[in-house]
Design a protein around this ligand. Structure first.
Ligand code: NAP
Length: 502
């Protein structure tokens, strides 16, 4: 039974009722051993407290890992069709009431309601895709030099996998990790971002509703600094799948490698678009602004740099500024809002300091640059959509991830120079080009250092049935999603059966 205990807690508005949520371990809802909780709030209105969530300890994580470990053999022995069946039931569960989940997403991570609905639709598609994957072949029969030998390969699950996820796609990212993890026979422990524990609790509720066997999925909330180490170093954990910042990801890589554990990291981006002089500028500006500003730029694949070649700079820049200034700033619950609050005050402060640094380095603000004020904005963490030009390609603001609605426009002498600038940062997640010239398209697709390449399209926006991941400091390990997910979540066994001796 899903538990949300009520408790009275003092918040900004005085004494208000806050729901208290629990961890989900071994098929039951339980409190953390610390006896402490932390709160989650609505970024559009910080006085709106969503609930209290368990501040778990390393011991709580160890118990969840043990629960997952205890059932790993029985889950492996469950047919993959039956495992896929749970995913299909979960998809149907979400589809029965998608609006409840979309509203919860918007309230906790601030996302515009239209994008939240899209994220729930994406989660459904992922569950359906991997649900069907349960009936697909996983190995192959290979001819042997000895006709008496049946030689075949099989894919085996890894065992217990720790999933550590960020707040910006708090529904879709856990699902795109756990759906393949489960269908290929692994058991899991999920540690969601501290900013979005409520959405994670709804995911746990989903697995409870479809009667997933106890221990196969476990949820532990708590801060990464308190519980992260146990999720990575516990001997019973076979692998770690992480999405988040490059700083935390690189540390996970080092700790996992020391212990011979498999890891998969999806991390930051500084995604460029190149605008060539022959591009449809109206379309290029529209798509660039959409990629940079939707969800206030808080997507790993958000457009962060527009590199403009030749004499179209002025026309393109004017279009971008005009379209940016037309974006409605407001709470995600308002279907017209494009610029929604950023996740928290720390993020708002960081964005302000990045903009200031851009200006200190010679940048010129063409749109935004500040924070909106007024009754609609003062309660939340809003920042204005901002366009900066005149920054050098190697300036801090043009090289570091901002994770806010900030676009830098950079000039390039020619297409070759534009490609050099695009490839000059440490990240390599997503990139786009606007042109009608086929040779330029093909050259860009070959030479851009990015895992996702968009031609006349937005750097953000992915389909779940194809591999996703980046290059350089943006990713490490096997790709996620599509057929590629089997590479991370299974290991290959090669089996020789000598029939002459049986
Ligand atoms: P983050 O600060 O790195 O946190 C990600 C997760 O790691 C959270 O669950 C966090 O927990 C946890 N964590 C923190 N310290 C840890 C530690 N010492 N050991 C283990 N886990 C720890 O990232 P974020 O701010 O949530 O998300 C934004 C970042 O994610 C951006 O850089 C963005 O580009 C990246 N991202 C990448 C992709 C992709 O697919 N490439 C997709 C989405 C987002 P707490 O919340 O409790 O600190």
């Amino acid at each position: 039974m899903y538990v949300a205990k009520n408790s009275f807690t003092r918040y900004a508005k005085g004494f208000v009722m806050a729901e208290r949520y629990q961890n989900y371990v071994n098929g039951a809802w339980s409190d953390a051993s610390s006896g402490s909780v932390s709160t989650s709030t609505n970024p559009a209105d910080l006085s709106d407290v969503i609930g209290e969530f368990q501040a778990s300890t390393a011991g709580d994580v160890a118990a969840a890992i043990t629960a997952a470990h205890d059932v790993k053999e029985s889950w492996r022995r469950t047919s993959s069709l039956a495992r896929g069946g749970y995913l299909l039931k979960a998809a149907a569960y979400l589809e029965a009431n998608p609006e409840e989940f979309a509203q919860a997403l918007t309230r906790e991570c601030g996302k515009a309601i239209l994008e939240a609905r899209g994220e729930i639709g994406r989660a459904v598609a992922l569950l359906q895709y991997y649900g069907v994957e349960g009936s697909n072949p996983v190995g192959s029969v290979v001819p042997s030099v000895n006709p008496e030998i049946l030689l075949y390969t099989n894919r085996m699950p890894l065992g217990v996998v720790s999933l550590i996820t960020p707040w910006n796609f708090p529904f879709a990212i856990p699902i795109w990790k756990m759906a393949p993890a489960l269908v290929y026979g692994n058991t899991i422990v999920l540690k969601p971002a501290s900013a979005t524990p409520h959405v994670a609790t709804l995911i746990a509720k989903m697995w409870e509703a479809v009667d997933l066997p106890a221990g196969v999925f476990n949820l532990v909330t708590g801060s990464g600094s308190a519980v992260g180490n146990e999720l990575i170093t516990n001997d019973k954990v076979a692998a770690i799948s992480f999405t988040g910042s490059t700083r935390i990801g690189m540390n996970i890589a080092a700790e996992s490698a020391k212990r011979g554990k498999r890891y998969q990291l999806e991390m930051g981006g500084k995604n460029p678009v190149i605008v060539l002089p022959d591009a449809d500028l109206e379309q290029a500006a529209e798509i660039t602004v959409s990629g940079a500003m939707k969800f206030s730029g808080q997507k790993c694949t958000a457009t962060s740099r527009a590199i403009v070649v030749g004499n179209v700079m002025e026309e393109f820049t004017n279009l971008v500024v005009e379209k940016t200034n037309a974006l409605k700033i407001g709470a995600g619950a308002d279907p017209e809002s494009i610029i929604v609050p950023v996740i928290d005050q720390a993020s708002k402060d960081n964005i302000a300091s990045m903009i200031k640094r851009g200006v200190d380095d010679g940048g010129q603000i063409l749109a935004g640059g500040g924070v909106p004020s007024g009754a609609d904005y003062d309660k939340g963490t809003f920042v204005e959509p901002t366009v900066i030009n005149n920054v050098a390609a190697d300036a801090y603001v043009a090289c570091e991830e901002i994770f806010g609605p900030v676009l830098s426009i950079l000039p390039a002498g020619d297409a070759e120079n534009a490609l050099d600038i695009a490839n000059s940062v440490e990240y390599g997640l997503s990139a786009g080009i606007f042109t009608k010239d086929l040779n330029s398209v093909l050259d860009f697709a070959d030479r851009i250092e990015a895992g996702v390449v968009k031609i006349n399209g937005e750097t953000a926006g992915l389909e779940p049935q194809v591999p996703f991941g980046g290059m350089k400091a943006s990713s490490s390990g096997d790709r996620e999603q599509g057929k590629a997910a089997i590479e991370f979540f299974t290991q290959t066994k090669t089996i020789y059966v000598d029939r002459s001796a049986t």
